[in-house]
Design a binder for this molecule. Sequence first.
Ligand code: HEC
Ligand code: HEC
Length: 399
Amino acid sequence: MNKIYTYILILLSPFLSAEDSIFSAAEIKRIKSMSPLPEIPLDPTNKIDGNKKAIQLGEAFFNDWRFSRGEEFACATCHRETDHFTTSRTDTDVEIPTLYNMAYNKWFFWDGRSDTLWSQTLGPIEAGIEHNFSRTEVAFLMHSDIEYKPAYEKFFGPVPDFSDPDRFPQPAKPSSDDVEANRNWQSMTKEDQFLVNEVFANVGKIFAAYQAQLVSPKTTFDVYVEGIKENNQEKLSAISDSAKRGLKVFVGKGQCITCHSGPNFSDNSFHDMRLPKFTEKKGIPGARAVGIGKVKDSIFSANGPFSDSPRSKHLDELSIQAGDEFKIKTPTLRFITATPPFMHTGQFRFLTDVVDFYSEMKGARAPVDGISPEMTPRNFTAQEKKDLLEFLKCISERP
Ligand code: HEC
Ligand code: HEC
């Protein structure tokens, strides 16, 4: 029986998919693994993830300037919806990543120094160059705002009374560069610090509920993959021949898919791209090596007291390896043409610069001693480069 089926399949194969002439069976399998984005997974460490009311409240927080010193910043200042939840600014240490598809990530920030979306959020709220706010101020806002207080309490129960400035001074946070806020924090009792930390973490969970919903729109590439799966001629013509050749380079000779894998084009891991030295922006000294130390030390980690599912062992297994000091998280490539400049340093202004670098690796840093480098020159032809760029367009445009 099986033999007959195989025979019929072989006979029918020219009709099953017109793409068989371009791609091998192995390549078709890889291409199918790149689309569509699955349903948004729920984060077990955040018990309100996916809750409609929490998503709405999170959106209000995301756009509210009052979570910053002098009401100077909202998250939306840097992560603008109209700019695919990023924007280009010169005053940040590193490029601002898009917030598309955060729910599919395992690690957050370029160096992965957070292991949940809600704990990530607490970073920019207190960071000196971002919101420059503090956790006692966040706690007080939840206690004093007539709209936020009842909304918060629906999820997490009563907000403690944070109005006594002797017990809960403002600003107060553990900080190495804000002396006053750090002194205030150290003056508080352990019990009061815990009350503040708990509300702070919960506020992060509300922000995260909204951010987890931000998924990149469907692209012409997704239509094309539907075409392969359904053998639908119209859908198969959603992308150009040049883009199809570029896709072949992406999953073949270029080996882009080894790191930019799956529907979100990321393996959720960290790699040393051996980028040429670039001084205009500071970058992240220590990269993943420092990120690992920070996530292990954080009381807001997925294993910590504020996690709603603190059983995960992922941090115990984590240890710093040689070369980690240069490793950066693989970012998504969805809507990549719309979000220049490129790399965490922003050192490439155009996508052609990125592709040229991957091809020739001009100026690349020498590999770390004793480790065989993951990134080696791909030596693309001029045509392959052009095709690859055409492919990157198809994962950046709506049908
Ligand atoms: C001043 C600009 C600025 C503001 C304001 C800002 N961010 Fe960011 N955001 C950045 C930069 C820069 C990074 C990358 C930092 C890094 O990785 O070290 C980032 C990273 C992130 C990430 C991680 C993305 C990834 O790929 O891992 C998330 C999530 C995020 N921000 C959410 C927020 C939220 C929520 C707020 C508001 C509370 C906010 N940001 C406010 C600039 C900003
Ligand atoms: C060894 C893993 C690896 C391989 C292979 C790889 N990439 Fe990347 N890619 C990364 C990492 C990690 C970054 C982020 C580096 C940084 O910001 O310093 C990145 C960044 C990028 C960016 C910029 C993203 C942004 O948001 O700025 C583009 C575009 C890109 N890669 C395309 C490709 C293409 C095309 C190929 C195949 C020719 C490829 N990559 C191969 C890991 C990889």
